[in-house]
Each structure stands twice: as structure tokens, then as C-alpha cells.
Design a binder for this molecule. Sequence first.
Ligand code: SF4
Length: 292
Amino acid sequence: MSARTNPPDRELILASLRDYVEQLREEGLEGLPAAEPSVAPRESPRVHVVIETPQAAPAAPSRAAVNDRQAQPPRIASAPDAAPRSAPDELFYRYPGLEKTADLAALREFIGDCTRCKLAPMRTNLVFGAGNPSAELMFVGEAPGADEDARGEPFVGRAGQLLTDIIERGMGMARSEVYICNVIKCRPPENRNPEPDEVAACEPFLFRQIDLVRPRVIVGLGTFAVQALLKVKTPISKLRGNWQEFRRIRMMPTFHPAYLLRNPADKRLVWADIQEVMRELGRPLPSRGARR
Ligand code: SF4
């Protein structure tokens, strides 16, 4: 007798397969089919996040230990396939005058109603970035999604709510204290991966944003943000948790919040990365109760 799969079972199997493919994509595997259109509702419910402390989490070091570490040469993980770092001005030759923008407002004005790549006709709003223009901590994501495109602000959908919870509950900081932006300023259709020509067209704006904010630490969120900053093909699963450097700024790669929504068990890895960032900034870790 042949076994028949009930429709609900088929949906479960399809959902599992979709998650698996997205996980492979997050880990940097190329040649995968395009992502399906997002089905997240415009008004997403607030996600209750519990960032768990790993069982054997090391105790926060004393202030003296933090100072000692800061006095040491930074521990930078090797990125074996990293390209030689460009001289700073080379990043801006593509758009003469970009290097002269004096602040974020001038940079936004320089970008204007941008049509420098093929994403321009498909966007609702260009999503520049938001937050403290002098932030010591900067988060860099991949590209706007549907909610961000609709509102013109970075990280405002379900993944954005999770990032807010990481910042506010996990780190004990106000979201307005940090600066948040993406590599790509316009939404790729159907939330597909950014293409190399789009990254190449848009990344000079990100590099100028970083130069203007000049944070102490950058947190790179997900494969595409980290690969764009480091110019490597290494998957995020191998890079995360290891300090890197972008133009003499320490950079911690970690998973994208959208990945965590699909793989909540990996929140403990992100929490370990965030603890490293807090130590680097010399900030106290909130009590466990405050993170719930
Ligand atoms: S993605 Fe960047 S380069 Fe492309 S149109 Fe938008 S702002 Fe311009």
C-alpha cells in the first residue's frame, strides 16, 4: 500500500526544506534558488526574545583586565582569502566628491534620489541608516526588507525587533545610542540576495558612513554584510565570533537577526559574540533578569 502524504505534512516538509535552504544561503553556499517573497505581515507582532547565557559563560573581566587587553595588540583572526586592503581614497574614485562629504546629512544629500544601480526603480524608499551619528557601536546589515522599504528605516520588521531586543535587553543600551545601516540601501526584489554589481555600486556609501561615524566597534550582521566589509568568501558560520578589522576598526561578525528567527538555538552564539563586543567597549553586561 503506498503511503500518501497529507497536505499539512507536505507543508511542514516544505517549510523545513525552505529553512534548510535559507540556512545554507546564510552560511554562504552559492548557486541556491532565489528566496521566496517575504510573507511577514506589515504590522509584525512584537517578538519576545530571551537571550540565553551559555552554561559555561566566562565571568566578565575586571576593569583592569579590560584595560590590559586594550593595551595589547588586537587579536585579529586571519581571513586567508582576504584581498589586500585598498587605500582609503580608492574606495571613493567611483563617485568623485564622495570623500568630501562632511557629515551624514551631506552624505545623504550626495546619494540623492540614487539611480546608480538596477535596484533603484524597484524601491519604495531608499533606506540610508539611523541612529547616533557619533555612535561607538555600529551595526551593519545586508539590505532592506519589505518593512524597511515601506518605512525608509533600517531594521524595523521582525528581524529589526529582534535586533532592538539584542541592543536594549541584551546589551542594556538604547537603540538610539548605536548606529544601524545596511550595505545596500535599496530593497532587492523579493528579498533576494544582493548581486555583486549592486554591492559594488552601493558599498562606497557604506564605507563613507563608517568613516563619518567612526565607531569603535562594528558588528557585521550576516554573510553579505561581513563579506562586503572583509572582501572574503568565507561563510559567516566560520567568521562569527572572531574579531576582524575594517579600516582599523574592530569588527565582530555574527549571525543576522533574520537567521536567528529561523534558528533560535543559535541565539546563544550571538550572545557570546555580543558579550565580546561589550567587553571590548568596556561596558558592563546587564544582569540575566534584565535580558528576559
Ligand atoms: S542600492 Fe545603492 S547604488 Fe543602488 S540605487 Fe540604491 S542607493 Fe543607489
